[in-house]
Design a protein. Structure first.
Length: 114
């Protein structure tokens, strides 16, 4: 496992894990009651993760492409970010998938909620 924090410290930077939310294998554009309930559960989980301090930033992408949104996790651990991402009901249901990437930035950058 790469020690991203040690690498970032060397350069006076910090590390987050960027989660790219994409359409998953069960994604559909239909606005059925089941899809609406799943979306509500997805948003409730985002609120829970934010309240727990797990997210530095989060939000949808607005161009209606396959890439649906982002999570910016307050961790340098891919394993921890994967655990948090997999708490999302939309990911567990296959409506979304989350691709994780370590991201290094300067320490003076700040994000709403971080």
């Amino acid at each position: 496992m790469t020690n991203y924090l040690a690498m970032a410290e060397e350069y006076g930077m910090t590390v987050y894990i960027l989660g790219l939310l994409k359409r998953g294998p069960t994604w559909t554009p239909d606005a059925t009651p089941a899809v609406e309930a799943l979306q509500e559960a997805h948003l409730a989980n985002i609120n829970r993760m934010h309240a727990a301090g797990w997210l530095a930033a989060v939000g949808p992408l607005l161009d209606d492409g396959d890439l649906r949104g982002i999570y910016l996790f307050n961790t340098a651990s891919l394993e921890q970010a994967e655990e948090w991402a997999n708490s999302d009901p939309a990911i567990r249901a296959g409506r979304l998938v989350c691709e994780l990437h370590p991201w290094m930035t300067d320490k003076i950058s700040s994000f709403p909620g971080s």
